[in-house]
Structures are given as C-alpha cells and as structure tokens.
Design a protein around this ligand. Structure first.
Ligand code: NAD
Ligand code: ZN
Ligand code: ZN
Length: 346
C-alpha cells in the first residue's frame, strides 16, 4: 500500500509498504480520509527522528473496517468510523473516570500512544488500530468525519472543561481560526450561549470565523487585549481558548481573561504566559482565573462531537488533497493558506 512517511527531519516520502498485520484485538481500517493537523508540522520540523523506522503520519483518521482480529466482538466489516486518538489503557483509575487523555500509563507529561505520532497513523491506504479506538460515524462523509478525530475532539474538550464559566452573557475568545479554531467557534455556538470573539493574524481567517458563527473578529495586534476589555465592560472574557500558544497569544490571554475566567492553552507554540502571584491590578493575571494546558479529549468528547456533526451543527471547512500531494498540503498549511482543514484522501 502507499503510505506517507516521515523518514527524517523535514523529510516526508510517499512509500510502498506492506499492509499492516493486525493482532487479535485490532481492526484493519481502509482509510477514507486523513486530516492534516498543525501538530504534523511541529513533528515534521523537529530536528531529530521520532523513531528509528519510518513513521506513517496522520492522527485524524476516518475509514471502513476491512478486517477484525479474532478476539474483537461487536464490530463488523464494512462499518464506518473514526479513530479515537488516545490509545489509552482503558482500565486505569483515570481511564475508568473518563479521563482517557491523561491515562496513568502515559506517565506525567507524555501522552497516551497516538497514531501517526508513535504507532503508524492514517496517511496511508490502511491502518491498524486497536478495536477499542473505533467510534462509529453512521453515514457522515469521511472528509467531514476525519477532522472530528482531533480538531473537534480537542476543541470540545477545552470547551467542556470551561463550561462552568460559559454562562449566558459570558464572552469566549478563540485565538487562531485554523483547523481547530473554526471548529471551536461552532462548538461554542452549538453548546453555549456565550458571545464568541475570534482573533487571528489573517483577515481571511476572521472572515471564516464570521462564516461559522463568530459574533466578532479582531486582528491579533497590540490593541487586541484592550478591544476585548472594551467589549466586556473592562471585565475580560470568561474563557480564552488559545489555539496558537506562542508568547504573544499567551500575553493576550493573560491580559484579556476575566476574574474567575478560564484560559485554555491548546496550541503548542511553546509560549510561556507570565502569571505571577503579585496582587492583582493592571494588565496582569486577575483573581480566580485558571489556566489549563489542554490535551486531546475524552472518548465522551469525541462521541459528543460526532453527534454535533450528525445533527448538522458542526461543519468542517475542508480542502481535499490526494495522499500523494500530502507534502504540498502541509506546505500550504505552514504558509497559512488552508481555509479550515486540509484532508488527504488515499
Ligand atoms: P492551523 O494552522 O490550522 O491554525 C492556526 C491558526 O492560527 C491560523 O488561522 C493562523 O492564521 C492563526 N495564527 C497564527 N499566528 C497567530 C497569532 N499570533 N495570533 C492569532 N492567530 C494566529 O492549526 P491547527 O491544526 O488548528 O492547530 C492549532 C494548534 O493546536 C497547533 O499548535 C497544534 O499543534 C495544536 N494542537 C494541540 C492539540 C492538543 O491536544 N493540545 C491538539 C491538536 C492541535
Ligand atoms: Zn492534532
Ligand atoms: Zn488508562
């Protein structure tokens, strides 16, 4: 089969590789579509090899069950679904509490095995997955479904964790209207009554935010924090979702979150927010605000996201590419040229 593999730093190759073999508790999925996440760019740019053998990328996977392992119950060939990307143990204290994204087996700062980041992923014709990671999608289109596996999952989880402060009358700020951000705007619209302010460096991304339901858009410039304070009576936004995560967006979050508000770091840009224990006052961190470095989501967040899509309340803006054009699609994403999500079709 063809697979898009990372063979070294900055090196992606479309290679002929064997169709994966499956174990007794696995499924072989015929890939229908695989989304490209900005995290794939982070991985492409790391200056060392993630593992010795080539790695098939792709952690946003939708497809059809081609074959099931001998011990798999309750799944049938031909069933369509997406892959829950936290391949967590399923039985530890965190997993059974519904916190599979912080499975005990992952240790303190690592993440549970994720296809395309440790095990081979879905930018290929076939992928091996643990049967427990399969989530049915009914007749959802594969191009729509694949980005739900991460862009929606991760956004949903960040919003779910801030739900207590997202009351009617609250304001939510979404920084970075890319694959995740444009989905986050829709999840906020569909599941809260908060006013949604989108922030991006690009006018066309603010236009996308408006198309998917944001109430207002702001350019990410030096005046953005003041503009958010202005729109919230000087109070700030009850929730700030940062899908960029660099120093400047971290500063914006610190300066624009409300007292008791929620600042959620999702973007992995290495930004270091300046949060001090000094008495409040001025542009710094307000009383009671919380910060969470949000990773992925729970299986429940994923199922809820699928339901939103099925109900027509979440529509991913998709740019479709052939698998063979994966490198070109990644380069377009790197240059900020993708509207919504780039999705590969093998
Ligand atoms: P994307 O490239 O599709 O979108 C990024 C958006 O941010 C673009 O619209 C871009 O114009 C905008 N942007 C760039 N610089 C900005 C700035 N200074 N201020 C405001 N907006 C700016 O990326 P994506 O796939 O949506 O991923 C977003 C981030 O989330 C990435 O860092 C990715 O690695 C990370 N991510 C994290 C998790 C997690 O579990 N924490 C999961 C998936 C992705
Ligand atoms: Zn991702
Ligand atoms: Zn576990």
């Amino acid at each position: 089969m063809k697979a898009l593999q990372l063979t070294g730093p900055e090196t992606l190759e479309l290679r002929d590789v064997p169709v994966p073999e499956i174990g007794p508790n696995d499924l072989l999925l015929r890939v229908g579509a695989a989304g490209i996440c900005h995290s794939d760019l982070h991985v492409l740019h790391v200056p060392f090899r993630m593992r010795d053998e080539p790695l098939t990328m792709g952690h946003e996977i939708a497809g059809t069950i081609e074959a099931a392992g001998a011990d798999v119950a309750g799944r049938t060939e031909g069933e369509r679904g997406i892959v829950y990307l936290c391949w967590s143990c399923g039985i530890c204290r965190e997993c059974v509490s519904g916190n599979e994204n912080v499975c005990l087996a992952a240790g303190r700062t690592a993440m549970p095995p994720c296809p395309g980041l440790g095990p081979d992923g879905g930018m290929a014709e076939y992928v091996r997955i643990p049967a427990s990671s399969f989530v049915p999608i009914g007749d959802l289109d594969f191009l729509q479904a694949a980005p739900i596996a991460d862009a929606a999952l991760t956004s949903y989880h960040a919003i779910e964790g801030a739900r207590a402060v997202l009351r009617p009358g609250s304001t939510a700020v979404v920084i970075g209207i890319g694959g995740l951000g444009h989905v986050a705007v829709q999840i906020l619209r569909a599941t809260t009554a908060a006013t949604v302010i989108a922030v991006d460096i690009a006018e066309d991304k603010l236009a996308l935010a408006a198309d998917v339901g944001a109430d207002a858009g702001l350019l990410a410039d030096a005046g953005a924090a003041a503009a958010i304070l202005d729109r919230t009576g000087g109070r700030g936004a009850e929730a700030v979702f940062d899908f960029v995560g660099i120093d400047s967006t971290a500063t914006l979050a610190v300066e624009s979150v409300a007292p008791n508000g929620a600042y959620r770091m999702v973007g992995l840009g290495g930004g270091a927010p300046e949060i001090t224990s000094g008495p409040a006052g001025g542009p710094g961190w307000p009383w009671g605000a919380t910060v969470r470095k949000s990773y992925g989501g729970t299986r429940s967040d994923l199922i809820n996201s699928v339901e939103l899509a099925k109900a027509g309340k979440l529509r991913v803006e998709v740019e479709r590419f052939d698998l063979a054009d994966g490198r070109a699609a990644l380069d377009r994403l790197d240059r900020g040229l993708i509207r919504g999500r780039a999705v590969l079709v093998p």
